[in-house]
Design a protein around this ligand. Structure first.
Ligand code: CA
Length: 171
């Protein structure tokens, strides 16, 4: 996950690619408790109280794959907004989606968990990160994301024995 001032970016990698998302009826859900209050959203005893859900919708008759944001209202999930910025495709094992934070109320922090599975077999559903239906994580949009370190070119003289603290760096 990453974020900037306005968006949070999810990138989900699965063990194997989905050969045909429509045929396999791939199911990917990003569940979010946007107010970090288990008493609001989807009722729960031990879970987090989901307020929003990003959901892959596969419509075979329209030959389409859509990413939708759903909201928990009253007693069920309702369609809220279509998400336009995502990457999903056959033979990919990576799903990516950009979520504008204002759609979920621009929280500074929120809780989330992710589920991956298929509609064809409900036993094939994996909970991330802990394979526990009630476990969830916190995401903090106030934390600064560190850029990847610059690649360093290491220039070792021949036949030198070294260990990690003594690497000689060129330039
Ligand atoms: Ca909630």
């Amino acid at each position: 996950m990453k974020h900037d001032d306005k968006n949070v970016y999810f990138k989900i990698e699965t063990y194997r690619p989905c050969k045909d998302i429509l045929k396999e009826k791939a199911l990917v859900q990003i569940n979010m408790d946007s107010d970090q209050n288990s008493l609001t959203g989807k009722p729960t005893t031990d879970g987090m109280g989901e307020d929003f859900l990003i959901h892959i919708e596969t419509l075979e008759y329209e030959d389409g794959i859509f990413l939708e944001l759903w909201i928990w209202e009253g007693e069920g999930w309702y369609y809220y907004e279509e998400l336009s910025d995502y990457k999903i495709g056959d033979n990919l094992n990576i799903f990516e989606v950009k979520l504008p934070l204002e759609l979920i109320g621009s929280p500074k922090k929120f809780n989330y968990w992710i589920g991956v599975g298929t509609w064809l077999d409900e036993t094939q559903f994996d909970y991330y990160p802990n394979d526990d239906p009630n476990y969830y994580m916190e995401y903090d949009t106030t934390k600064v994301i560190l850029e990847d370190a610059l690649e360093l070119t290491v220039d070792l003289p021949d036949n030198i024995t070294t260990y990690i603290e003594s690497l000689l760096v060129k330039g």
